[in-house]
Design a protein around this ligand. Structure first.
Ligand SMILES: [Fe+2]
Ligand SMILES: [Fe+2]
Length: 475
């Protein structure tokens, strides 16, 4: 039952052919999607054969099949994890009741909003990354970029399926609008701010896939707990794809660091100008990129106090990260949680009802998870014998939502004056010159097994292929 039917126009494991109306509606959306991919997807890549993995079943073992595929022919489709028999709602006011196989009328607007917001991020990141193929540091990296792109496209399909199947006419309209908004478009932007930022260079791409795709992981994990069973099942399968995106980010930043450390040891210097003259990205610049992507990404979790977050939880729409593993009462009335407030120019902790602080709970879980990879990057620096450590900035640094919006806080968590902020911001966030320097390194390197000077090769290839495998055939 978990295997995927590829004989149909839209590959699926949801017996789409049993529901002619839905099938027709999705087949009507499909050419619009393909047109969007042509217009807004990876630039100049339409004729390439790319060594991609395609889902052939949703079994935990061996769902992926690898082979060279022309990207517009990638079989985007609809894949849900198998249903769990007699699944019960396991948090909120409906705890213990049967999970919903359809959308309860009273939660319809909120569920649609959750699905649209999630769905909007998927094509947004493809748009943000669409120029990167022109400056890939290797074939291996180019292939990874395209893999991430086609899977984000499939994540859009996942959300569009839910909109079409469960939300009728307004669902279909929302599905069209998902192809009409564009990242960074002044008139019709993507919904969330981080998805309107540029991803202009590969260091940004690796930071984005490490930090921002990890936001995706946490949002999907929270939705995988949902009482709305089709949403839980579809997000569970999306999570299996998301893991690779974060791997691309973690290993990508790691390889940039490795190369920089090599050069630092070779030239016996930590002088930024000398390292830049040698064509690698100095560690302070990597730290600034980290500060930027981390702070922009943690804003995605929303305001630290939110009555919507409380409603979403209590009504069973969205759980916490690993809800099922927690040992509290899963209702959370009367529980409290500490958020950060600003009193007399100082950051102080403030206890608030936990239900209202669930965005902050998810943000804190995210922060714990993202620190792990930063520690692994530090081990690379340590192993190279270099006295420098990367650090995740304080969560109040450079925030633009909730209580901390606009408060000037240093990366080490001190509230600072405008004067100090202005004097130091160039040490904390990438400057135009930093970005221009990183951009100057970006040049296309695509001979098999060759890598741009600023990045080390990976330790291993994809799917046990050698590093110099022809991951992309340019025809
Ligand atoms: Fe995604
Ligand atoms: Fe992703």
């Amino acid at each position: 039952m978990s295997s995927i039917n590829y004989s149909e126009k839209i590959p699926n494991n949801v017996n789409l052919s049993d529901d002619r109306t839905l099938q027709r509606a999705l087949e009507h959306w499909q050419p619009n999607y393909l047109q969007w991919w042509q217009d807004m997807g990876p630039e100049g890549s339409q004729n390439f054969d790319v060594y991609l993995r395609t889902a052939v079943s949703v079994d935990p073992q061996g769902w992926a099949q690898f082979g060279h595929v022309k990207m517009p022919d990638y079989r985007w489709g609809i894949f849900l994890n198998p249903a769990e028999q007699d699944r019960k709602i396991h948090f909120g006011d409906h705890m213990g009741e049967a999970a919903w196989q359809d959308v309860p009328g009273e939660h319809r607007a909120n569920l649609r909003r959750i699905i649209v917001t999630q769905g909007d991020t998927e094509p947004a990141s493809v748009e943000q990354q669409r120029h990167l193929g022109l400056t890939a540091p290797s074939q291996y990296d180019l292939r990874n970029l395209f893999q991430v792109n086609v899977e984000e496209g499939r994540h859009l399909w996942a959300m569009v399926y839910l909109l079409h199947k469960y939300f009728g006419k307004d669902g279909r309209e929302e599905a069209e609008a998902l192809l009409e908004r564009n990242s960074g478009n002044a008139d019709n932007p993507r919904i969330l701010e981080a998805f309107n930022e540029k991803t202009p260079d590969w260091l940004s791409f690796f930071m984005f896939t490490y930090f921002t795709d990890r936001d995706g992981k946490f949002q999907l994990c929270a939705l995988a707990e949902s009482a709305f069973d089709p949403l839980a099942r579809t997000t569970k399968f999306m999570l299996t794809e998301e893991a690779h995106h974060m791997f691309v980010g973690e290993s990508g930043v790691g390889r940039v660091i490795t190369r920089t450390c090599e050069m630092m040891n070779q030239l016996k210097t930590d002088d930024v100008n000398k390292l830049r003259a040698a064509g690698v990205i100095d560690l302070p610049t990597i730290q600034k990129y980290l500060n930027f992507h981390f702070s922009v990404t943690i804003d995605l979790f929303g305001a630290d106090q939110s009555s919507n977050a409380a409603t979403f939880y209590s009504s069973g729409l969205k759980g916490r990260y690993e809800e099922g593993k927690r040992t509290d009462d899963h209702v959370l009335k009367g529980n409290t949680y500490k958020i950060i407030d600003v009193v007399n120019g100082q950051l102080v902790e403030k206890e608030v009802p936990m239900l209202n602080a669930l965005n902050e709970v998810l943000r804190d879980d995210y922060i714990k998870d993202s620190v792990g990879g930063v520690e692994r990057w530090n081990r690379l620096i340590e192993k190279a014998g270099i006295d420098f450590r990367l650090k995740v900035p304080h969560k109040a640094f450079h925030r633009n939502i909730g209580t901390l919006k606009g408060v000037k806080v240093s990366p080490d968590g001190r509230v600072v004056t405008d004067h100090e902020w202005n004097a130091k911001v160039e040490e904390w966030l990438p400057t135009d010159q930093d970005r221009a320097y990183v951009a100057s390194l970006m040049g296309r390197v695509v001979e098999p097994g060759k890598f741009a000077n600023w990045i080390a090769p990976p330790v291993m290839g994809i799917n046990r292929q050698p590093v110099n495998f022809d991951y992309v055939r340019f025809n």
